[in-house]
Design a protein around this ligand. Structure first.
Ligand SMILES: CC(C)(COP(=O)(O)OP(=O)(O)OC[C@H]1O[C@@H](n2cnc3c(N)ncnc32)[C@H](O)[C@@H]1OP(=O)(O)O)[C@@H](O)C(=O)NCCC(=O)NCCS
Length: 225
């Protein structure tokens, strides 16, 4: 959406060049807003509207700089892409990657990265005999945001992807034992599955209908049980 008519903007700025007072600036701002397609009461309202309008796209990434991963930088690119493992990025409406999430596909819930490695290896080998269908559980073992809000948005898109999939029936995390990971997943309406020695697993219930997910989120937001 083009919010400002550039020619009008240039004209207005030219006219007000000599009046740098704050009140003057505020007046200029509201006048400038009258040249936008819509009037937004506040920057917050404008931002919310932009988020609502934005179109996200989940894309599989062939390359990432693993050092950027704040959770598991020790896992190299080869690990993240072998035995069916996948790296997904969330492309936002300006074509930039706003968050990254890495997955392994298993038939059980792993408590450690080593278990996940072995389980996804087994699932990949079994899939050779089952026409490429491998691992019914998507394990999200890292997620990080490159732009604020990107983390939440990628979880939403991944949730939809798993729900649509024919062979995946669970979406589970293998998260670090941090408050950030806990707050983040609980706030996004995941349930705690178990807390392990070095990790914790959360589960996004993909059997819920869309309205039920919305209800869980609304209850969390309003802090009601
Ligand atoms: C967690 C993360 C992906 C969230 O991304 P986001 O959705 O774009 O982010 P926001 O900054 O809007 O945070 C969303 C929620 O995450 C949680 N969170 C974020 N930063 C936090 C922190 N420093 N401490 C505790 N909780 C935190 C909060 O619940 C927050 O909600 P709030 O802002 O309403 O309090 C992002 O902070 C990140 O990249 N963190 C580093 C990597 C990481 O720890 N990943 C999570 C575990 S796998």
């Amino acid at each position: 959406m083009e919010i400002l008519n550039k020619e009008k903007l240039k004209e207005v700025l030219e006219r007000w060049k000599e009046h740098p007072s704050v009140t003057g600036l505020m007046e200029k701002f509201s006048q400038l807003q009258s040249y936008t397609n819509k009037n937004y009461k506040s920057l917050e309202a404008y931002t919310k509207q932009k988020i609502k309008e934005s179109k996200y796209e989940l894309v599989e990434l062939p390359y990432i700089d693993v050092k950027e991963d704040p959770v598991r930088p020790e896992l190299d690119l080869a690990f993240r892409q072998s035995y069916g493992r996948k790296i997904y990025g969330l492309k936002d409406d300006v074509g930039e990657i706003s968050a990254i999430m890495c997955f392994a596909f298993t038939n059980d819930v792993p408590k450690t990265v080593e278990e996940m490695e072995a389980m996804s290896y087994d699932a990949a080998l079994q899939s050779v005999h089952r026409a490429g269908v491998q691992g019914s559980i998507a394990i999200a073992y890292t997620v990080w945001a490159k732009k604020k809000g990107g983390g939440r948005a990628i979880v939403n898109e991944v949730y939809k992807m798993v729900k649509k999939s024919n062979h995946l029936n669970r979406l589970v995390t293998l998260s670090p034992l941090t408050d950030m990971a806990r707050n983040f997943h609980i706030k996004n309406s995941a349930k705690e599955l178990q807390v392990n020695e070095k990790t914790q697993n959360f589960e996004y219930d993909i059997t819920l209908e869309d309205w039920e997910t919305a209800l869980v989120k609304a209850k969390g937001f309003l802090k009601v049980k």
